[in-house]
Design a protein around this ligand. Structure first.
Ligand SMILES: N[C@@H](CCC(=O)N[C@@H](CS)C(=O)NCC(=O)O)C(=O)O
Ligand SMILES: [Fe+2]
Length: 359
């Protein structure tokens, strides 16, 4: 048994992969994307996992890695292929190395050709391989920049990937057409560039004549990835709200806990977005909360101060999550949802105004 999630970054068509041992909760994240770090952290927390390391298949040319940011946020170790030539990694990976997570491990296989440092990672039982840009679904990484070499890539794929069992599932770093995975058998049969019968010369000729436009982000991505995604101005990473220890949910909402809110009531504006009858109903409401039903929020947002943080509240936390989005769109920057709404608030015996004695 293994915990496995495939995660997608749409702007760069990149796949990241979360792997964990369900017994020890230790996890690895392969090829994290900088802009997706908040989403990945939310998932890691919701699945009750501990990220021990990030794993890079290569120095990417089309997006910035989230390795450094995850290291800063979660303390995960940064691993990088030694041949990538990057600075800032805590562990350098060479061909044959094992990266352990709990009782499981990934084995590194050097698969150069798209870049020098390209490394594929094979799960201990050879049921899955993460091939980066060495082997894509019915394709492969381009070989026209970053030390690319088609002959080298041909040998990497045949010797290191096609030597795996036919049933081994292949998870690449990208797909541009919506496919998600393939197998060794499928690629040996149907990869138009690398299937049986396509000789090295044919492959090299094919790759030489691809003429693709350079990735849009290449000038930003390559220098950033050579530093494992550490930004020049570290303080400018303004993705984490500083006004409260909020949690980012997988659904994309920053949430405050009932405990935090209870201790900071005077410092925030609380807006209760339920209907009036619920506000005065059996769950009661939080002392000082302003009643603005969700349907009126857009029109009445100007009643609120932009300087003081706002926490939105409803019965379960669903309508108030939408309220946070409405406020964000109206230009409020310090906003959060009360996690679990009034139900959790009451369940944790927090004080209320009005309401029934117990629930
Ligand atoms: N249009 C994409 C290009 C992405 C690109 O060139 N990707 C590289 C991987 S870093 C590749 O090898 N692509 C193979 C292909 O497009 O067939 C972008 O601007 O990001
Ligand atoms: Fe790449």
């Amino acid at each position: 048994m293994i915990v496995f999630r495939q995660l997608f970054d749409a702007p760069s068509s990149t796949y990241s992969y979360l792997l964990a041992d369900p017994a020890t909760r230790e996890a690895l994240l392969i090829d994290p994307v900088f802009e997706q770090v908040n989403r990945e952290i939310a998932l890691i927390k919701e699945l009750d996992l501990r990220l021990i390391a990030t794993v890079e298949t290569h120095v990417h040319a089309d997006h910035v890695t989230g390795a450094w940011l995850l290291h800063r946020r979660l303390g995960s170790k940064i691993t990088m292929p030694a041949l990538a030539g990057a600075t800032g990694a805590e562990i350098e990976i060479n061909h044959g190395d094992r990266i352990a997570f709990g009782r499981r491990f990934l084995e590194a296989r050097s698969t150069p050709g798209h870049t020098n440092g390209c490394t594929s990672y094979v799960l201990d039982d050879e049921s899955m391989a993460f091939t980066g840009d060495a082997l894509l679904i019915r394709g492969c990484g381009r070989t026209d920049f970053q030390q690319g070499d088609a002959g080298t890539l041909y040998h990497s794929v045949h010797e290191q990937i096609f030597s795996l069992p036919d049933s081994c599932q292949i998870y690449p770093a990208h797909d541009y057409k919506g496919a998600t995975m393939t197998t060794v058998r499928e690629e040996r049969l149907y990869n138009p560039r690398l299937a049986r019968g396509v000789a090295e010369r044919d492959f090299v000729g094919y790759m030489k004549n691809m003429s693709l436009a350079h990735p849009k982000q290449i000038d930003i991505a390559v220098p950033a990835n050579l530093k494992c995604g550490r930004p020049a101005a570290e303080a400018s990473v303004a993705t984490e709200p500083m006004w409260a220890p909020l949690t980012y949910t997988y659904a994309g909402v920053w949430e405050a806990s009932p405990q935090w809110l209870e201790e900071h009531l005077p410092e925030v504006q609380i807006i209760d977005v339920r209907e009036k009858d619920e506000f005065v109903g059996s769950l009661g409401h939080i002392d000082g909360a302003i009643l603005i039903p969700l349907g009126e929020l857009k029109a009445r947002a100007s009643e609120l101060s932009k300087d003081k943080p706002i926490v939105a509240v409803c019965r379960s936390g669903a309508r108030s999550a939408q309220a946070v989005q409405i406020l964000d769109q109206a230009g409020f920057t310090k906003t959060a949802n009360l996690a679990g709404g009034m139900i959790r608030w009451r369940g944790q015996r927090m004080p209320v105004h009005g309401g029934g004695a117990d629930i």
